[in-house]
Design a protein around this ligand. Structure first.
Ligand SMILES: Nc1ncnc2c1ncn2[C@@H]1O[C@H](COP(=O)(O)OP(=O)(O)OP(=O)(O)O)[C@@H](O)[C@H]1O
Length: 233
């Protein structure tokens, strides 16, 4: 699903989002980088209609949000875990859709095998931070919607789980889902993104193919940050 954004503005006490024009291309994994408070979460929450924008337009292919809301899913930065088993937490959306139990089990097998989760019957409220993040990621992954918005999905995962989550994100993307991924991990962007966006003070100051972004950053801020991480040639 393509996302077209024009003159998008969001304000609280001050302007926190100010995006003249942005096209997120169908079929891509787009990594959104930026310093704390630069507007990344606000951007994807405006896209997911969790936050109302004050001005501008967001279109999904040719459609408004309400016409395509069933094709979009989001994993928020602090995902909500329901007081029920891990299995029920993951399959919530599938049940809501009316999927048959045996089909739900097939989907669960396909996706839970990624992390080798062996605590499906455990109450999800008792999970660790990283375990909860896996459940939240799986909950949106099994839906296989056209657009998946992820807000730092691996921030609390260990190194191995992070790499598995990236494989999972790639898998979903290969099946046809466009992915917008907020991350602070430059290496993660390098590993899985097609396009990289860098935000500063509510604006997009750089957007390029991953290759160009890391090889030849245009803005001095991005250049400085990338060179600190030894990611620049
Ligand atoms: N409900 C709110 N009321 C007032 N200000 C807000 C609110 N939500 C966000 N902000 C402000 O908007 C700005 C952008 O916040 P946002 O969460 O989008 O940043 P971010 O780039 O996702 O940051 P981080 O990397 O820390 O997660 C920040 O200055 C933040 O304080």
């Amino acid at each position: 699903m393509n996302i077209y954004i024009n003159n998008l503005v969001k304000e609280y006490e001050k302007r926190v989002l100010d995006i003249e024009s942005l096209h997120i291309k169908k079929g891509e994994i787009v990594a959104v980088l930026g310093l704390n408070g630069s507007g990344k979460t606000t951007l994807i929450e405006c896209i997911a209609n969790i936050k109302r924008h004050d001005a501008g337009k967001i279109l999904f292919d040719d459609y408004e949000f309400d016409e395509v809301k069933d094709k979009i899913s989001i994993m928020q930065q602090r995902p909500y875990i329901f007081n029920m088993s891990v299995k029920d937490n993951i399959s919530l959306g599938l049940k809501y859709k009316g999927m048959k139990d045996e089909d739900i089990d097939k989907k669960l097998n396909e996706y839970t095998s990624y992390f080798g989760i062996n605590y499906l019957e455990k109450n999800a409220k008792r999970l660790s931070g990283g375990e909860s993040a896996k459940v939240a990621l799986l909950r949106v992954a099994v839906l296989e919607r056209e657009l998946l918005l992820l807000d730092e999905p691996t921030a609390s995962m260990d190194v191995e789980s992070t790499l598995i989550a990236e494989r999972l994100i790639k898998h979903i993307n290969k099946k046809g889902t466009t992915v917008v991924l907020i991350t602070h991990d430059l290496y993660q962007a390098q590993r899985i993104a097609d396009t990289v966006i860098f935000m500063d003070k509510g604006k997009i100051i750089e957007m390029d193919s991953k290759e160009e972004f890391f090889k030849n950053p245009k803005s001095s801020l991005v250049r400085k940050i990338i060179s600190r991480g030894d990611l620049i040639d």
